[in-house]
Ligand binder design. Sequence first.
Ligand SMILES: O=C(O)C(=O)[C@@H](O)CO
Ligand SMILES: [Mg+2]
Length: 260
Amino acid sequence: MPRFAANLSLLFTELPFLDRFAAAADAGFQGVEYLFPYDWPASSLAEKLQQHHLTQVLFNLPPGDWQAGERGIACLPDRVEEFREGVFQALEYAEVLDCPRMNCLAGIRPESLPADVAFQTLVENLRFAADLLAAKGMTLTVEAINSKVDMPGFFVDTSLAAMTVIEAAGRENIRFQFDLYHMQIMEGDLCRSLSRLCPHIGHIQFADNPGRHEPGTGEIHFDRVFAHLDALDYQGWVSAEYRPQQDTETSLGWFRPRIN
Ligand SMILES: O=C(O)C(=O)[C@@H](O)CO
Ligand SMILES: [Mg+2]
């Protein structure tokens, strides 16, 4: 059975953020992730993790101005200094939270920015971040996010784009973040892709499609996909990153028979 984690930015949103840790633990999760930790003192988050015996499995590097619509700055040549500062900030959090991996959001490429410049900027930023993380034994992930529905213009929107940039960066501790929801929208053929990419995958997330709700609300055959991950002997975390169709409690039917 995969090791399942709960994404606290999307699940348990009926509760204030700091109360979601207890709710995730009570529901049977042993790991949690969320978009960003930066609005809270690291010590408060660490206390919640310890109190509820939870592992922090992932969070994102600072994304630029999220409220203004930015979705990462790693491909933007005029933001390299800010990117680097963000890596240092993220590392401070990761150490306090004992979190072994962070995701680097490539960002939305402005039409005026040539693709080759965005690519080279991203490669150099990934190397910078990966080298700092490697010194602490941490992994950096690169997620492909669908550009059809959720993030038009996102620079890394296919597994090929992600693997191309990961290979160009050439660092052992950079891995692919395979989000089943985004990959279903962009490529489909999930089990074959998982087989092909498994050695490069550092983290998995999921939601059903369409709607980005819980398993069973859409077209993905989760029983097959989760069984396939077991057959591949995938050892990483698999995070529920979906918006409950009604409420979180009702959405957890897929999880109850699978509590580790
Ligand atoms: O949107 C997703 O999918 C994510 O994993 C987020 O962490 C980044 O937007
Ligand atoms: Mg995701």
